[in-house]
Design a protein around this ligand. Structure first.
Ligand code: AMP
Length: 185
């Protein structure tokens, strides 16, 4: 059966890694808006150039643009057939409301990979990625609290939120996720 999942969590919580595990397990396509933007940057389009500038500052691409990108992606056959694992979208309440419209109210479940702020800061420092300047990291984490954390209450209000402790080994967390998802779908 097709699975529809929204994966939430701070930058550095392990969303990308766990989405790969979940994709292998459930067969639904992993749709990462960050990856989609990074491919646009790599292609060197005008859109990619603008996105890169926003991403390097740690700001968010506008809801209007992101909703357009995701609407197009969710209309493809693989999604219709196998569902989706959304990573990095929605990131604002406006995007969540748009998603609700795109899927006509059938959003499935949201899982929050919960890792405390101090721990994600230490992890991001450790990986030393070029776009992880101190300013950009601080801005992304601040925007998460301001724009994305309200989604936890938004999904809870719709009885859709599952919270998973994100501390532990990759395999432990993958097992926790699958267990809680299977118990609720
Ligand atoms: P991520 O790989 O999900 O951390 O995304 C990397 C960057 O892409 C973010 O810091 C944002 O600048 C941008 N981005 C990705 N997804 C979104 C989204 N849903 N809304 C706005 N900006 C986004």
């Amino acid at each position: 059966m097709a699975v529809r999942l929204v994966v939430l969590g701070r930058q550095g919580a392990g969303k990308g890694t766990q989405c790969l595990r979940l994709t292998q397990h459930y067969g639904a396509p992993h749709i990462s808006t960050g990856d989609m933007l990074r491919s646009a940057v790599a292609e060197g389009t005008e859109f990619g150039r603008q996105a890169q500038e926003i991403m390097n500052r740690g700001e968010l691409v506008s809801d209007e643009v992101m909703i357009g990108v995701v609407t197009e992606r969710l209309s493809r056959d693989d999604v219709v057939e196998h569902g989706f694992l959304l990573d990095g979208f929605p990131r604002t309440v406006g995007q969540a409301e748009a998603l609700d419209d795109i899927v006509a109210g059938d959003m499935g479940l949201a899982v929050n990979i919960d890792v405390p702020l101090d721990e994600v800061r230490a992890r991001i420092k450790g990986r030393g990625r070029e776009d992880d300047t101190d300013e950009a990291v601080d801005r992304r984490l601040a925007l998460y609290e301001q724009e994305t954390a309200p989604l936890l209450a938004w999904f809870t209000g719709r009885d859709m939120l599952l919270n998973v402790d994100g501390l532990g080994t990759e395999t432990e967390i993958a097992m926790r996720l699958i267990e809680v998802i299977d118990a609720h779908r």
